[in-house]
Design a protein around this ligand. Sequence first.
Ligand code: IMP
Ligand code: MG
Length: 183
Amino acid sequence: MLITDKQQFEKGIKRVLISEEELNEALDKCAKWIDKEYEGKPLLLVSVLKGAFIFLADITKRVTIPCEVGFMAAKSYFEGTSSTGNVEITYDLAKDISQYHVLIIEDIIDTGRTLKTILAELSRRKALSLKVVTLLDKPDRRVVELDADYSLFTIPDHFVIGYGLDYGEYYRNLPYIAEYGED
Ligand code: IMP
Ligand code: MG
């Protein structure tokens, strides 16, 4: 559905869960962890589109060691706000990762199915190491066993929007994370 009405748009924003200030503070800490963990190593930050695009940009600006960035996209098939379990890699990295320490930059681990698919595919390509940073973790919803190496925020089982995350492709532009709600 196309939304052009600002009032209708704003109705979907139920309440702010994580403010810009809280995001900035956590981003600074995470970038310091990356600097320390990967200093002196060839680093490739891999973002999973589209949800992680703002997170990747903000993290990359804060990292002070040399790094490259790469993009993948995965489509999870949704019914409403719940994924059906089918995950397809729709856009892939252009280069051989075997000479890199790969750090996946994810927006959210919900059921874990998307990340599991990405990890299985990248594991086959034998990077020097393979780790995961996630902005948000919703452990209550996990259906596959899997954890991030670094998680910025653990959140309860709410559908969230903003800072790259969407509902029906909208709300990615909010500078904070909010809970989505139908009126
Ligand atoms: P998975 O269930 O862990 O495979 O997550 C699949 C994808 O669903 C994530 O990468 C997000 O793009 C999206 N997703 C899961 N939970 C939320 C949410 O609360 N808000 C917005 N997108 C979500
Ligand atoms: Mg999405």
